[in-house]
Write a protein that binds this ligand. Structure first.
Ligand SMILES: CC(C)(COP(=O)(O)OP(=O)(O)OC[C@H]1O[C@@H](n2cnc3c(N)ncnc32)[C@H](O)[C@@H]1OP(=O)(O)O)[C@@H](O)C(=O)NCCC(=O)NCCS
Length: 133
């Protein structure tokens, strides 16, 4: 089942997202507090199997001009079932009023996002990292 949570009330907990993160092997430094903060600020979608969160994606957006898709992840035992494409499509439905939706991915995943109607650009990504106080 794919369900969406547009801002609060948040119908699944940040601990579910941290557990899914761990199953994917991603970002061990991210805490439940980090996700509680992040999830309160933007729309997100989840996929469940037998009450377990097995897929997730969220957006960071100003609500009008730009949105960025982030944290697309699917539990290793539930991959290649089409969940990621469904999650990204559902997330984009939730932010359909935003003009431009952007995401960053590796070369290997371009075909995945093309299935969700994204197109490649010539831009490069730069990061500025801040150590947490
Ligand atoms: C990437 C990820 C989200 C894909 O989830 P998924 O539910 O298995 O993806 P889907 O089943 O929707 O895949 C749809 C299509 O995308 C492509 N695709 C999916 N995973 C891929 C991979 N790891 N490498 C290359 N292409 C891939 C395939 O064309 C696939 O179609 P097919 O199964 O008919 O061949 C999942 O492997 C994951 O969580 N990986 C770790 C976290 C990550 O890298 N997230 C993306 C950050 S940009």
């Amino acid at each position: 089942m794919i369900a969406r949570s547009a801002r609060t009330p948040w119908n699944y907990s940040s601990s579910d997202v941290v557990k899914l993160n761990a199953s994917v092997g991603w970002f061990p430094e991210r805490t439940e507090d980090d996700y509680a903060e992040a999830l309160a600020r933007g729309p997100a979608v989840g996929a469940w199997r037998s009450e377990q969160l097995v897929g997730f994606a969220r957006a960071i957006t100003d609500g009008a001009i730009h949105a960025y898709v982030d944290d697309v992840m699917v539990h290793p035992e539930h991959r290649r079932e089409g969940l990621a494409v469904q999650l990204v499509d559902a997330l984009c439905d939730a932010i359909a009023s935003v003009r431009t939706v952007t995401l960053f991915c590796g070369e290997d995943l371009v075909p995945l996002y093309e299935r969700a109607s994204f197109t490649r650009t010539q831009q490069v990504i730069l990061h500025r990292q801040h150590p947490r106080q």
